[in-house]
Ligand binder design. Sequence first.
Ligand code: 6CS
Length: 353
Amino acid sequence: MVRTMTLTSKRRFGGSLLLAGVAAVGLSIGSAAQAAEWKFAIEEIDGSVQDRYAQEFKRLVEEKSGGDITVTVYPYGTLGTSADLTELVTQGAIQFANSSPGHLGTLVPEIQVFSIPYLLSDNNEANKKVLTESPVIYERLGSEFEEKGLKLLTMYPEGEMVWTTNREIRKPEDFDNFKMRTMVSPMLVEAYESFGANPTPMPYGEVYGGLQLKQIDGQVNPIFAIEEMKFYEVTDYMIWAGQQQFTTTVVTNADWYAADLTDEQRKIVDETVAELADYIFEVQDEFNETRLEKIKQAKPDMKMIRLSDEERAVFEERAQAVRERYVEMVGEDGEEVLQALEEEIKQAEKEAM
Ligand code: 6CS
């Protein structure tokens, strides 16, 4: 039997009071419990990678619960910015949200390790393995999430982040006086400062207008997002610098997950999350490939540049300073997280070869 989410978690009642209450309302609890309704807010629009994940999550949860649970997916723009969505989860107003590290840095500083350029592998299979199984993520970083009232359910990659710009960028000097839009985590500001740009954090929904009005000169995102958000319409270059894989987390409210869910509901959530790891990896791969073709067709004169190994090495060298800033910001703990994660990535690369 499933149960609806309520603010009356078991811990907020004394045992005898709870028993008396249950006895008083009798069977009505049982029947109300049939209709659990969960809300899942995503940071992207309909048809995006996060949307495909949330829609499949909905399908599986509804199927596994025999219709006892319904899941409503809220696309970007319906409930607020990424930071707003995370806050709604901590308040228990919604049950699930995507909270990408690029937006989560102020709340959970340690997760900004994923905003350090050139940290994750060029081999996305290795990244997938780390993001799905890493003890550093699910134990160490997971406990940082718990402290903020969040349960980190999963992480997944959404594709290599590509610069779309109004000028050719091949070396740090090309970033002189260049306003690069970043997500809002402080480490991303550090990263683009180290590359020689003027980082300009802003919410996702303002990027198209910012490019159009020339408040910013470029932005960085995976290809599927560049296509669906139409960023290519208001920029001239797409530049692959190999500097970052977009990663996201799916979070739920920690108290709700631990205390309000029945064992059966928790099992449904855990099983669904485990089943979706392969699925979403394939979706993002396919989306990034097919949407690049769409961009080429829609704008044949979009200039596409892949930095050479030598050009890329210059940015990679600059990124060393970002690692140091991460440790300064997060402290000793940060150094351990960074080292342990690098170890895991190396190991996963060996296994993925
Ligand atoms: O750039 C951003 O802000 C956003 N990019 C993607 C691909 N997903 C969500 C995020 O908020």
